[in-house]
Design a protein around this ligand. Sequence first.
Ligand SMILES: Cc1cc2nc3c(=O)[nH]c(=O)nc-3n(C[C@H](O)[C@H](O)[C@H](O)COP(=O)(O)OP(=O)(O)OC[C@H]3O[C@@H](n4cnc5c(N)ncnc54)[C@H](O)[C@@H]3O)c2cc1C
Length: 290
Amino acid sequence: MRVIVVGAGVVGLTCAVRLLEAGHRVDVVARDLPLETTSAVAAGLVHPHRAGPPDLVEAWTARSVAAYETLSRVGTGMPHGVVLMEGTDVEHGVRVAPVVDLPVYLRWLVARIESLGGTLTRLNLSTLAHLGGADRADRAERGDVLVNCSGLGARLLGADPTVVPAAGQVVVLEQVGLDRWWLDARAPTYVVPRAREIVVGGTDDVGEWSRTPSPATAADIVARAARLVPALAHARVLRHKVGLRPARPEVRLERVGGVVHCYGHGGAGVTLSWGCADDVVGLVGPASGD
Ligand SMILES: Cc1cc2nc3c(=O)[nH]c(=O)nc-3n(C[C@H](O)[C@H](O)[C@H](O)COP(=O)(O)OP(=O)(O)OC[C@H]3O[C@@H](n4cnc5c(N)ncnc54)[C@H](O)[C@@H]3O)c2cc1C
């Protein structure tokens, strides 16, 4: 059976890896390549934010944490950017959580897909039916499946107006020797260190489509972050980013005919990705061995 995954953010790439591991032939197609996606903007703290439903989010998070813990312990031949790090959740105390350096990790996911025989191609779709084209009936007969991981693009591809943008701005600062994360989800303010830089955020503007960073918002973000970690007040700014979270009242993870939908992960795509990918494999079904 051939599976086409639409979307090359963290959700689509993780689904592709799990589907390939299950023995399927997998081709990923996407308008934006991995480093151009919302996923590349994410701070990378494994923590559920703006996603539902609560019971499934808890289960998906637990499975993702287990997958990240495994990954953090193994050498994979190339850097994967996943570490377990202690940090402080201002509301809930000190704990250890996986922290994912997305630009490194997305490259690793692509390499993993290619090493398992999958492909990644840039393709801007106006409809999911387009992928079937003239041979749509053949595809259905063979049992081929599309997996729709188009994030905010599902407004169009899933004809789903309940997916809306929740814009998030971050400032990337130089590393100042910080080796623990901080989170105050009420603001929201977070400080997430990587090997050579620190991501600080953030904002959460529902309905906002602009991806242009605001200098005033950036100054506010750094001031809030510096209240948690004073050393950040004078850290050099490396870059500014805005990403559009695919917010939805609940993640859509269901099969409708030959399409498995998996989108609407809000502020938790990194956190939910492995758990959701396991469920997608179950909905696609067993590989036929062709
Ligand atoms: C500032 C910020 C901080 C965040 N921090 C965290 C965090 O710490 N932890 C966490 O878990 N989450 C975090 N998130 C949320 C996380 O980034 C998202 O939940 C996640 O990126 C969603 O992944 P996705 O793969 O569904 O979507 P995306 O990364 O948006 O990828 C969607 C893919 O679908 C493709 N696509 C869409 N439409 C079409 C089309 N018509 N044709 C072809 N392809 C199409 C796109 O091109 C893209 O490749 C953060 C988000 C932001 C903005």
